[in-house]
Design a protein around this ligand. Structure first.
Ligand code: CDP
Ligand code: CDP
Length: 239
């Protein structure tokens, strides 16, 4: 059976990670969270006190960093765990999930040279197909020839509330207003940057999951995958 490359892009809290993970589990595809790579390099910059406006130092840092995303074990996967993230062989899976790291990641993500390093890694990881990769520029830059591109959206207040609930569950001290402001600022920076901004690719399917759960959204995407597979079979074997 042919395996597709599936690109899922969208703003913060739109459900990319949860939905991409579910789709990959249903299809038996690999899953890659490209944002985790930006977050890992951002964490390193914060730990080393590298100024977030020093493009040269940040580019060197990205080139010299080894970020590895590993698949969680089956029990962790069943419990909905993300990719495990290792920075220079040290696990940073939970350390990268703070709002401070998210903001630093979006600043670092405006730098062309940093993106070049991480995009090359993402292309290498997805070269064999059979992958669901999510981020901001997957359908536009990383895999412009992906057979299925999804632009995942949800209303801004719903996205912020989802993210806030996650923080509450983890015991982070942060208010809904603070999360709303963080998400708003990051969305603006991601959409307005000059290099690989967050935009819907012309051939991406827009899926708004404001009023949809993770399972339902994943089912819609799996239906689209089946449709693409049928179309490509027909094109290969015209009857
Ligand atoms: O990766 P992204 O920032 O786009 O979003 P996420 O981390 O997958 O989802 C953010 C939060 O929203 C998670 O806690 C999900 O469980 C939740 N979510 C939801 O409640 N309903 C959806 N349709 C999608 C995500
Ligand atoms: O989970 P959430 O959607 O909040 O963010 P993320 O996917 O972990 O990405 C963190 C930041 O990395 C984003 O705000 C973007 O600035 C950047 N990023 C990017 O520029 N390109 C990607 N392919 C993935 C993330």
């Amino acid at each position: 059976m042919q395996k597709l490359t599936i690109a899922i892009d969208g703003p913060a809290g739109s459900g990319k990670s949860s939905v991409a993970r579910r789709v990959s589990a249903i299809l038996g595809y690999l899953y890659l969270d490209s944002g985790a790579m930006y977050r890992a390099v951002a964490l390193k910059a914060l730990l080393r006190n590298v100024p977030l406006n020093d493009e040269c130092a940040l580019s060197t840092l990205a080139r010299e960093s080894h970020v590895e995303l590993r698949r969680p074990n089956p029990e962790q996967e069943a419990a909905g765990a993300n990719n495990q993230v290792f920075l220079d062989s040290v696990e940073v899976t939970s350390e990268i999930r703070t709002e401070e790291v998210a903001q630093a990641a979006s600043r670092l993500a405006t730098i062309q040279e940093v993106r070049k390093v991480l995009v090359t890694e993402q292309q290498r990881a997805g070269a064999g197909g059979g992958i669901v990769m999510e981020g901001r520029d997957i359908g536009t830059v990383v895999f412009p020839n992906a057979q299925l591109k999804i632009f995942l959206e949800a209303a801004p207040d719903v996205r912020a509330e989802r993210r806030w609930k996650e923080h509450l569950q983890k015991g982070h001290q942060i208010t809904l207003t603070e999360v709303m402001e963080e998400v708003r600022e990051r969305d603006r920076r991601d959409r307005e940057r000059k290099v690989s901004p967050l935009v819907r690719a012309a051939d991406a399917v827009l899926v708004d999951n404001t009023a949809m759960g993770i399972d339902e959204t994943a089912r819609v995407i799996v239906m689209l995958v089946k449709d693409r597979l049928t179309q490509s079979q027909k094109a290969g074997n015209p009857s």
